[in-house]
Design a binder for this molecule. Structure first.
Ligand SMILES: Cc1cc2nc3c(=O)[nH]c(=O)nc-3n(C[C@H](O)[C@H](O)[C@H](O)COP(=O)(O)OP(=O)(O)OC[C@H]3O[C@@H](n4cnc5c(N)ncnc54)[C@H](O)[C@@H]3O)c2cc1C
Length: 462
């Protein structure tokens, strides 16, 4: 008899094997495992897990169907609230959302809601299920800028309500960070992301790639000349930050976004693609968030010895515990309480090491975390030939600077109402990372949903 206090373990690729390939790490549940895990759900009347889900999936409802082996019904329940379940089941930080609120988690381990969602979505895809077809069109045109999770969700919800929706995407492929940022070994692109984008298209949404709003055409032109009655901005926060230390412009210094884009979107890791990438022998990734873990694990798979360089201690690492655990298992080295001060450059203007200083933790700073303070005389050189900066990102100001009357805050984030996505400009709505700064897939989806409602209300009353 299985221990009901514990999650049914999920199968994963062996760490030593997966460190040398880009195949998915987590192999997911099979039918029997999913049904067993579903039977751990207490089916609470006042389901706290639903309150923890930014798109309010009826979690006990779908888990009940899984327990009974009704996977088709389970998919229908999830699809009422989410267009991207195979993605969320893989990348959502469930431990701080739905699973963080699970009553099972008080005495034992929370129900594995994310893995069950993933199982249902994968089962539905493998069995050719599509989300419910779109309602009849109402003839009103809405433009969505960006095809990340916020844009896809907003577009899908509006299409279901009958709007004629076009997504404009700057890159040549739809998906936003899901295709260019999150690596293949956590989120397969063809089998998972492309299929969920197809599901959104099946609702009637058109996607025009290679269109940069603010360059190819502006929001004002879309509304005044192209007949779009409302616009949703879901353009993300793709502008990387750097440290401002000497040597940062040397060859071999990347932003994590560029490094990951070359690999994920432009497939540098594949022999049949000619995208150039530095296959560093010794790589330092500066930063301790999820993006840093993705960059480190990617560099490792390209054959490097990889160091995460982070100025605070393990307790303050902002990355998900699961990501840190996977990175360690695969062999990433953690240089904690360490801060870079200079990138050394050789006569060919390439990286020839990174000067660092050891840190200790002092008094808490404004964020409530203990402030890292340099230890005098502790400087040393880390022997690396590639540096990947993963210090966070902010929204690109292109859209705000080319749209009349669109207000932003001092971090260049678009100011939008949390409930409706309404911005300072009439008919223009925004959500996701473009509004909050870098956050999560599910929060971006929640914002896309809220804005779809806001736009519907606005256009219904127009
Ligand atoms: C490497 C990495 C790993 C991550 N891992 C996780 C994770 O595991 N779990 C999680 O929940 N979150 C994760 N995140 C965060 C998450 O991916 C983002 O919060 C989420 O994708 C934001 O969605 P969005 O729709 O707001 O923007 P994005 O996904 O950034 O999509 C914005 C889209 O808009 C397009 N665009 C931008 N400007 C224009 C323009 N002018 N014209 C037309 N199109 C434009 C962009 O090309 C892009 O496709 C990760 C982020 C990164 C970078």
């Amino acid at each position: 008899m299985a221990d009901v206090l514990k999650k049914v373990p999920v199968r994963e690729q062996d760490p030593q094997v997966r460190a040398t390939n880009f195949d998915e790490v987590c192999l997911g549940y099979n039918k029997e495992e999913a049904m067993e895990e579903a039977s751990r759900c207490l089916n609470c009347k006042n389901a706290k897990c639903v309150q923890g889900c930014p798109v309010s999936i009826n979690i006990p409802g779908f888990i009940h169907e899984v327990k009974e082996g009704n996977f088709e019904e389970a998919y229908k329940v999830i699809s009422e609230s989410s267009a991207l379940p195979a993605i969320c089941g893989r990348v959502c930080p469930q431990e701080s959302q739905c699973e963080g609120k699970c009553i099972r988690g008080i005495k034992g381990e929370a129900v594995s809601i994310g893995k069950l969602e993933r199982f249902v979505a994968d089962w539905a895809r493998e069995n050719g299920m599509k989300p419910a077809p779109a309602a009849q069109k109402n003839g009103k045109k809405v433009a969505v800028i960006g095809s990340g999770p916020s844009g896809l969700t907003c577009a899908g919800d509006l299409a279901k309500l009958g709007y004629d929706v076009t997504i404009f995407e700057a890159l040549h492929e739809a998906g936003g960070v899901l295709v260019y940022g999150i690596p293949e070994f956590r989120l397969p692109k063809l089998d998972v992301v492309a299929k969920e984008v197809e599901n959104v298209k099946a609702l009637g949404v058109k996607i025009e790639t290679n269109v940069i709003i603010g360059r190819s055409i502006t929001i004002d032109e879309l509304m005044e000349e192209e007949g779009f009655e409302a616009v949703f901005i879901g353009s993300g926060a793709g502008l990387p930050m750097f440290m401002g230390i000497p040597g940062e412009t040397a060859k071999g210094v990347f932003s994590a976004n560029e490094y990951l884009t070359r690999n994920n979107l432009m497939k540098a890791f594949r022999e049949d693609y000619d995208t150039p990438i530095v296959r560093g022998k010794k790589v330092a990734v500066v930063g301790g968030g999820n993006v840093a873990m993705d960059a480190a694990r990617t560099a490792l798979r390209l054959g490097a010895e990889v160091h995460i360089v982070y100025r605070r201690s393990e307790a303050e690492l902002p990355a998900r515990a699961e990501e840190v655990h996977h990175a360690k298992e695969e062999g990433v080295i953690f240089d904690l309480l360490t801060n870079p001060t200079e990138i050394l450059v050789n006569e060919e203007d390439a990286v020839a090491g990174m000067k660092c200083v050891r840190m200790e933790l002092g008094e808490p700073d404004a964020s409530g975390r203990r402030r890292p303070v340099a230890i005098p005389g502790s400087e040393f050189v880390l022997d690396v030939d590639t540096v990947i900066m993963s210090l966070g990102t902010s929204p690109n100001p292109l859209i705000s600077s080319t749209t009349i009357g669109l207000d932003t805050n001092k971090r260049k984030c678009i100011i939008a109402d949390e409930e409706t996505g309404k911005t300072s400009k009439d008919g223009v709505y925004a959500g996701g990372d473009a509004v909050t700064g870098a956050a999560t897939v599910i929060l971006a989806m929640g914002a896309g949903k809220a804005a779809a409602k806001g736009i519907h209300e606005f256009l219904s009353n127009k």
